[in-house]
Design a protein. Structure first.
Length: 607
């Protein structure tokens, strides 16, 4: 079977035989993929002129409802995706992260519409006064960029990688061209087929490239946005391409990083935190076979506990059943392909020049219900580096598979310094029940991490764990991790919008932002707002009520009703040395009086 590309609103075969793609567990041929023959420039123009036009005229509310409808549609078809996901080597749990995690991103971003106006654009922050008389002010608005979001994704999450990014650019009002890693693009293609068949998205909102992206980035322009997930070396090469630099194209990079987990000194063997630590490490080594950009690569523990920690992690990993994930009982599936196995084995040999392999053997392990020779299998492995300040390769070499390195620290300052040696990471975790230890680590390690999880007995039950990016929080990190930020709620949406400062009179800025600005023109309404439907209200419409004099008796009576006998309200003789010169009415009473005047006006107008 040859995968098809979805471009220009139709499914298109690539020319030539294409790259063969294999089942990671059995070695059987799944499909071939090629993008030869696609006109990337034409695809970009179609996205800009058709997809962008259709999306940018929709309001945030309409886009949000669109995301929710799409999430419901895909959720009903999730079992089909699970069956195909097994071919990538993923277990049921691995696939859940990818498939339902991706759909969950659609739901989460759909809910953000509650924070956004029923308009195609967004007014940011408050007005800024620019003149003494108040007749000249400034504000900021954000409008969707007039280009295409180009997403270049990694092989490890063929569904989540697409949906977590597209959810954000669609809500912002931009179309997308998705280029999944060819290795697992057969799963992405199936999901895109269902998205297209749903007819939920407007024309041009989504295009798919199965195969090489070749010259795609040579044809993007300053209105487009490029996101990349994958290896740091590939990301740097793409980010520094001449056209990206010349056009100043926004480039969001999320690169694989040497993430770490810290065991606090209070979390000694026998404590709930120690057990949580061991469990978290086991998950990070075995889930997705360690093929996650967020996976723990460095395990940093107090030197007094290192032997106990090694024994506990090793014991936890002993029961891991490796094999074809279609079979019940398999706890760890296969890597994405034979090439990935070779690459991980090469990195393992580099790490073993200064670290000891204390658990697992890449040459001697059992595979249950699968082909060890045809499949892409490796066992979970644990390394130990007793001198991490001297042998720094642990902080520089990443084996993108089921491998992590254990290392000791003497003081919290040492632990923080070891964490920093990763030169920028997507995420870190510290397991401790001592909030002082947590504070010291977080404040001093935050400069080098995009996200930090503090895990203990209080948060464990509902915690999503070390490696789970959440849609409404930033996913990204500094330095080696790429310096980018994905998702993050409203922050993520703004990445696909152009911020523009606008200046003018309060009346004009009111009209532009659809929010009343102080000092702007108003018109006195002739119909009370209680008699109107919401969509009949006009920005700037004002009602002038009768006046009311506030007396001392009013203040005393309200104090008796509310029990608020603060001296400024009730004792005019106790104001010496305060900012007050006479009795002050309660703020809540003023609000109540204003509400009464509004209701009185309703009677005047209609009774």
């Amino acid at each position: 079977m040859k995968l098809q590309n979805f471009a220009l609103g139709r499914w298109i075969d690539g020319s030539g035989e294409g790259q063969p793609l294999y089942d990671a567990s059995t070695g059987d041929l799944v499909a071939t993929a090629t993008s030869n023959g696609l006109d990337f420039g034409e695809m970009l123009e179609y996205g800009r002129k058709t997809g962008n036009k259709n999306l940018r005229k929709m309001t945030f509310q309409e886009r949000g409802r669109m995301l929710k409808a799409l999430a419901m549609f895909l959720l009903e078809r999730k079992e089909k995706y699970y069956q195909i996901s097994y071919k990538t080597g993923a277990t049921k749990v691995d696939s859940w992260i990818d498939i339902e995690g991706g759909i969950g991103n659609l739901f989460a971003n759909a809910s953000l519409r509650r924070k956004l106006p029923d308009l195609p654009y967004y007014s940011e922050g408050d007005a800024i006064g620019l003149s003494k008389g108040g007749t000249f002010i400034g504000h900021h608005i954000l409008v969707p960029k007039e280009g295409v979001a180009v997403h270049i994704n990694a092989f490890n999450f063929p569904v989540w990688g697409m949906l977590e990014k597209c959810a954000v650019n669609w809500l912002a009002g931009m179309p997308a061209i998705v280029k999944p890693a060819t290795l697992t693009s057969y799963l992405t293609e199936v999901v895109v087929r269902d998205i297209v068949d749903s007819n939920i998205l407007p024309a041009g909102a989504l295009q798919l490239i199965c195969g090489s992206a070749r010259s795609l980035l040579e044809q993007v322009n300053y209105q487009d946005v490029v996101t990349f997930t994958g290896s740091a070396s590939t990301g740097i090469a793409l980010k520094s391409s001449p056209n990206i630099l010349r056009e100043a194209v926004p480039f969001n990079m999320e690169a694989d990083s040497l993430n770490c987990i810290i065991l606090g000194k209070d979390a000694a063997p026998g404590t709930p935190e120690f057990d949580l630590f061991v469990k978290e490490v086991r998950k990070e080594i075995t889930v997705k076979c360690g093929q996650k950009c967020t996976a723990v690569r460095r395990i940093i523990v107090p030197e007094a506990y290192i032997d106990d920690t090694q024994a506990a992690i090793s014991k936890s990993l002993e029961g891991t059943v490796i094999g074809d994930p279609r079979n019940e009982g398999v706890r760890m599936g296969a890597l994405a392909g034979q090439e990935q196995v070779k690459e991980v084995q090469g990195r393992l040999q580099e790490l073993m020049t200064f670290s000891q392999l204390v658990f697992g053997n890449p040459e001697d392990f059992d595979v249950a219900l699968g082909s060890k020779t045809k499949g892409a299998y490796l066992p979970p492995m644990l390394l130990r580096n007793d001198t991490p300040f001297e042998h720094t390769g642990t902080h520089e070499i990443e084996a993108f598979g089921p491998i992590s390195t254990l290392m000791p620290y003497a003081t919290m300052e040492d632990a923080i310094e070891l964490a920093r040696k990763g030169r920028g990471s997507l995420c870190s975790s510290i397991v401790t029940y001592d909030d002082n230890i947590a504070r010291e680590y977080v404040i001093n390690a935050a400069t080098h991490h995009g996200r930090i999880l503090v895990l203990n007995r209080n948060s464990a039950k509902e915690s999503t764990g070390h490696g789970s990016p959440m849609p409404l929080l930033v996913h990204g990190g500094p330095g080696r991790a790429g310096g980018g930020e994905e998702m993050g709620g409203l922050r993520g949406i703004k990445h696909y919008m152009q911020r523009c400062a606008i200046q003018g009179s309060p009346t004009t800025i009111t009209a532009l932002t659809n929010q009343y600005q102080y000092g702007g023109k108003y018109e006195e309404g002739q119909v009370h707002p209680f008699k109107k439907h919401f969509d009949e209200l006009v920005i700037g419409e004002t009602l002038i009520t009768h006046k009311r004099t506030i007396t001392d008796a009013d203040v005393v009576n309200f104090a008796n009703v509310s029990w608020d006998h603060f001296y400024a309200h009730t004792d005019a003789t106790s104001l010496e040395g305060t900012p007050f010169t006479q009795r002050v009415a309660h703020g809540y009473f003023i609000l109540s009086a204003a509400a009464g005047l509004l209701l009185m006006l309703q009677k005047v107008l209609y009774c």
